[in-house]
Write a protein that binds this ligand. Structure first.
Ligand SMILES: [Zn+2]
Ligand SMILES: [Zn+2]
Length: 345
């Protein structure tokens, strides 16, 4: 791995970092590589693509006893797919079975894809971001700009870890199956991933900036949450992560998707104790650092929305921010806040 240090005056834009981390994570995670969506079920109709008993008992409890909103995603594994599934290839080509009046557009597909990918990755992603900050030169600056027009700069060491618990408004079950015709015509291998299921979920984000005030109303620090899609959420600018002022995050964003439980525990450093998880985090950090080195050496042609690199189209107004063709529209809600027209010479 190349270990060329980043320049001492490097400025890391956190919105860019988030897109890059999530893109690297999507290339790296190995559970939803070749799974395609075949059904969305919200408990109002019978499961159509698999026998109903494959849903876990918690699914019935969440609906019948806890009266929780429920969503199940049925995914089919196809080991013969040669390319990693992305949002454009995520819907199964034979169609996706949907509950009545459920709309499945690109945005919804993207929500589901990311919800699967991040369902248990909150700690991993926070650890990666923290490791990146630790590897920056001490003289580098972090730059956070939110979709509400709030902006701060700070040192890479002005970062705290915040942990608390949430109760998601919606319980979610992902079932990935692989047909096993070798064992019988109706046999399948099953993998279940559950999120919420009426239980509280540990939650983590990084708090960026120098503490100005203990009071959330006046504090200028910014929340950096890379796993909001895990509970069906997005950032206030429609991003696949949240980068918001603390007050906005807690009072306007998170409450749309979950109820906060207990107190916020704040610490200086996230210890990733399980060795395997820490190793994953370190490998992912290496990938991200390599991308940052490219960025520092002038290769800024990566998509500001999805993080993909080596793309060829950019914002026609500022001519500075690159976007994939399909990402221009979803990326504009945030970008328009900070886009400045380029001055013609
Ligand atoms: Zn893109
Ligand atoms: Zn622009």
């Amino acid at each position: 791995m190349s270990a060329k240090p980043l320049p001492s005056d490097f400025v890391l834009d956190l919105h860019d970092l988030a897109s890059i981390v999530l893109h690297c994570h999507a290339r790296f995670e190995d559970r939803f590589v070749n799974t395609q969506l075949v059904e969305v079920n919200n408990g109002t109709t019978r499961l159509q693509s698999l026998p109903p008993h494959i849903l876990p008992q918690q699914w019935d409890i969440a609906g019948a006893i806890n009266k929780q909103r429920r969503i199940a995603y049925i995914l089919r594994k196809d080991p013969s797919l040669s390319e990693r599934v992305e949002v454009n290839t995520f819907a199964h080509p034979e169609g996706v079975k949907l509950p009545p009046s459920f709309k499945l557009g690109t945005r919804e597909l993207e929500d589901i894809l990311w919800r699967c990918k991040t369902f248990d990755s909150g700690y991993l992603l926070a650890y990666v971001a923290q490791s990146v900050f630790e590897r920056l030169p001490g003289t580098a600056r972090l730059h956070a700009r939110t979709s509400s027009g709030h902006e701060i700069f700070c040192a890479p060491s002005d970062v705290m870890v915040a942990e608390f618990e949430i109760l998601p408004h919606e319980t979610c079950c992902m079932v990935a199956y692989k047909p096993r015709p070798d064992l019988g015509p109706t046999r399948v291998d099953l993998e279940q991933h559950l999120s919420g299921m009426g239980n509280i979920v540990p939650w983590i984000y990084l708090m960026i900036g120098k503490p100005i005030s203990e009071d959330l109303d006046t504090d200028t620090r910014v929340v950096f949450d890379l796993a909001i899609t895990q509970i069906g959420g997005r950032g206030a600018g429609g991003e696949l992560f949240a980068l918001e002022r603390g007050f906005d995050y807690h009072n306007k964003l998170l409450c749309r998707y979950a109820e906060e439980q207990g107190d916020l525990q704040v610490s200086g450093k996230l210890m990733m104790s399980p060795v395997a998880l820490r190793k994953q985090g370190d490998t992912l950090t290496d990938m991200v650092m390599e991308r940052l080195q490219k960025l520092a050496s002038g290769n800024v042609d990566f998509c500001r929305y999805c993080g993909k690199d080596d793309i060829s189209t950019r914002c026609t107004k500022c001519k500075k921010a690159w976007f994939c063709r399909d990402c221009q529209a979803p990326g504009w809600k945030y970008h328009k806040v900070w886009c400045r027209p380029s001055v013609q010479e």
